[in-house]
Design a protein around this ligand. Structure first.
Ligand code: ADP
Ligand code: MG
Length: 709
């Protein structure tokens, strides 16, 4: 037997059950089988006193003596113990007692057999789920074992099952049996996946021990050691494979070499109206290192809304310009591109670098002049929407492409960017996202990319007060907005728009708009509305009206989620807040708190709010830190459902480790993997042969991560 042996050859399995196991659980080989770990364990290692048994406990076992047995008919009448006809018995009830108390055990089936076994005065181990019925403690259909049987004293693993498996005769007992058989056959010949020195340095138990104990633990302690070893192994091998791919990419991908910082950078830096935060400085240093390395940069920049990513984009662009190249900054919407253009132009004024804006609405004459400027190199920095990656846009020497708010760009759009490099060398790429991803997830999703994080806010930002209220406070909310408008501020009111019920949602939006217009009538108030069914022109017109202060209130769907900067807005009202995800709520809230004034986020919740939704809303009221929220969101929903990750998906599915819970093991494993690769990047030294062999397996040779996708 070896790991590749098909399970149908295991005694008792056969082709039919093997097919079923493959279909239902994806188990085809002995190797798959021994890696199917129990998802929970029943603890039969301790005996509970009846006085300590209560219905909240899961399954427990008691050691008790039968004191009385009664049999009942269907109509509830007690049947006399003599002259018994078992087919009349509907229920057997036995009172069992230990020195601490008594309880009832009940059987509806197998009554005859139990009646002969449960002789008053005899002692058994009863194992089952306790309950309370008519104020009495009882246990229905417990397992009954002699007090000295070997079934006690251990932890029993429980395996995933499905209806089809059960119908096909594949019970828990059957799984236990074939896994036992597989282990007997495989353990004597099993090679460890980790080298000896790794086991020793990390204090891990050997694979053979871990596999036996994960299936058939002799104690809680042995189970804990096995679990740790298997989690470490899983995370370590995954990180090792990602870091190895990263190493291969960074040592092979040729990039444009930009050795100088350049005058433009220095001129801009000197004229900055504020001091860069420590995090901004660190990130710029990281980018600068990449750009002068001669390898192509592929860096993801994460930073909460308002953390100052734009400045990083500007200074990085100027490094490219200072080395004779051009840079472009792509934004997902026209409004954002305009905003970037306004900001960037301001920053670039002291440098004399020519910056242009190219979007779908750029006129023909202007477009012609920009195209010419890009081709002759006189335009240093180009800002725009995806219009700037059209084929007609040709750069003289594109050295850096910055993509703002990454998740709005398609993969093919990014691929087009790559082809716009210089002399066949792709530009450096910096992707910026304000969707914080928990660290453990980033290490896995983008494990082979370079990730920079701005984890510090510019000083002087006023905190945003977040409150969550119900329908009863709608009037108060309107009054509050009136007060803020009287102080010269503006307010956002956002409605959810969720795909499945789009029609209904638009109705809500329209009704909401009517209500607001009534509550905030002309000429005193002006209300603008923006939603996805408007034409781009209409959207931009209304959005710009609000941005320029011509409207006091903007009613909208989540189209305003990304990036829009209206520093004068001080109120964000989110309608039906319970319907939004945590990170989306956080993004929306980030639209306010950008000016000097105190800002407020009001979460309006509906009448039916699930426990989980309420938890989200409470979290949001409790913290403004996007990374903290992302961590909590992952704990609430698991890593697969996090916003910003669905489309990319996890590169590999984890079997035993959890990104939400095992962050410490993950960091340790990643650091250790890096340490090994630093010494032996190709894993060709003899002591690393087991690792090299592992990484050749299919699951590690999955996608090509050489491009951000
Ligand atoms: P985001 O990361 O959301 O794109 P921005 O780049 O739009 O954030 O910056 C948010 C605001 O903070 C802008 O008004 C910007 O001028 C300001 N800002 C950026 N960096 C600093 C800094 N180091 N000190 C003070 N203000 C800063
Ligand atoms: Mg931004």
């Amino acid at each position: 037997m070896n790991l590749d042996t098909a399970i149908q050859y295991l005694p008792g399995v056969g082709p039919k059950r093997a097919e079923l196991l493959e279909k239902e659980l994806g188990i085809a080989t002995v190797g798959d089988l021994v890696r199917l770990y129990p998802f929970r364990y029943i603890d039969r290692s301790s005996i509970v006193r009846i006085a300590d048994v209560h219905p909240d406990l899961a399954q427990v076992q008691v050691r008790a003596t039968v004191t009385k047995v009664r049999l009942y008919a269907k109509n509830g009448a007690e049947l006399p113990p003599d002259k018994l006809k078992y087919n009349l018995v509907a229920r057997l009830s036995a009172i069992v007692a230990d020195e601490s108390g008594e309880m009832e055990v009940v059987f509806f089936k197998g009554v005859k057999w139990m009646h002969t076994r449960l002789v008053p005065g005899s002692t058994f181990i009863f194992f089952g789920k306790p309950a309370v019925f008519n104020n009495h403690l009882n246990m229905v259909h417990p397992e009954v074992d002699a007090p000295d049987t070997s079934a006690t004293g251990t932890l029993t693993g429980i395996y995933t099952s499905t209806e089809r498996l059960k119908n096909g005769g594949i019970t828990g007992r059957f799984m236990t049996k074939i896994i036992g058989t597989a282990l007997e056959g495989i353990l004597p010949v099993l090679q460890d996946t980790l080298p000896d020195y790794v086991l020793k340095e990390k204090g891990l138990v050997p694979l053979t021990y871990a596999l036996r104990q994960i299936h058939f633990p002799v104690s809680q302690d042995a189970l804990a050691k096995a679990t740790y070893r298997l989690k470490f192994e899983e995370l370590f091998l995954l990180q090792l494979s990602l870091l190895k791919q990263k190493y291969i990419r960074s040592s092979s991908a040729v990039g444009l070499k930009m050795p100088a910082v350049g005058e433009a950078f220095n001129a801009c830096f000197k004229a900055l109206p504020y001091e860069l935060t420590g995090a901004q400085k660190r990130v710029i240093r990281e980018i600068r290192e990449d750009m002068r390395s001669g390898h192509q940069m592929n860096r993801l920049l994460q930073g909460d809304v308002g953390s100052g990513k734009t400045m990083v984009a500007v200074l990085s662009s100027l490094i490219a310009v200072g080395n004779g190249y051009q840079a472009c900054i792509m934004a997902p919407t026209e409004v954002l591109a305009q905003q970037h253009f306004a900001n960037v132009s301001k920053y670039l004024r002291p440098t004399g670098v020519r910056v242009e804006l190219l979007t779908g609405s750029t006129g023909t004459a202007a477009r012609r002049s920009i195209h010419a400027g890009l081709e002759d190199g006189s335009v240093g920095v180009l800002i725009g929407t995806h219009a700037l990656i059209e084929d007609t846009v040709q750069f003289k020497a594109l050295g850096l492409a910055v993509i703002d708010e990454q998740h709005r760009f398609g993969v093919d759009q990014r691929a087009r960017l790559w082809s716009k490099g210089y002399n066949g060398i792709p530009p450096h790429v910096l992707v910026m996202t304000a969707t914080p991803i928990p660290r453990t997830l980033a290490m896995t999703l983008y494990g082979d990319l370079d990730v920079s994080v701005i984890d510090e806010m510019p000083p002087g930002r006023k905190p945003i007060t977040t409150i969550c209220v119900g329908e009863g406070k709608r009037h108060a909310m309107h009054n509050f907005i009136r007060d803020e408008i009287a102080k010269g501020r503006q307010a956002f009111i956002v409605y959810p728009l969720i795909f499945e019920s789009e029609k209904l949602d638009y109705k809500n939006l329209e009704l909401g708009y009517e209500e607001i217009v009534k509550a905030f009538p002309l000429p005193q108030y002006k209300v603008a509305i923006v939603h996805g069914q408007q034409s781009n022109q209409e959207k931009d017109f209304n959005m710009s009206a609000f941005a320029a202060g011509r409207a006091n209130i903007l009613v909208s769907t989540t189209v305003i989620e990304v990036g829009v900067d209206v520093p004068n807005a001080s109120v964000m009202v989110i309608e039906s807040a319970e319907r939004f995800g945590l990170s989306q709520l956080h993004q929306l809230r980030g639209r306010v708190g950008r000016g000097a004034e105190r800002s407020y986020c009001i979460l309006m919740k509906g009448t039916k709010v699930s426990k989980e939704s309420q938890k989200r809303l409470d979290l949001l009221c409790a913290t403004e830190n996007g990374f903290e929220l992302a961590e909590e969101d992952m704990k609430l929903r698991g890593p697969g459902d996090l916003e910003g990750t669905q489309q990319s998906g996890l590169p590999i599915s984890l079997n035993i480790a959890s990104l939400a819970k095992d962050g410490i093991i993950l960091s340790d494993a990643r650091g250790y993997a890096q340490h090994i690769l630093d010494q032996d990047p190709s894993l060709s030294q003899p002591q690393n042969a087991p690792l090299a062999a592992e990484l050749r397996k299919d699951k590690y040779v999955t996608k090509d991560y050489s491009q951000i996708s």
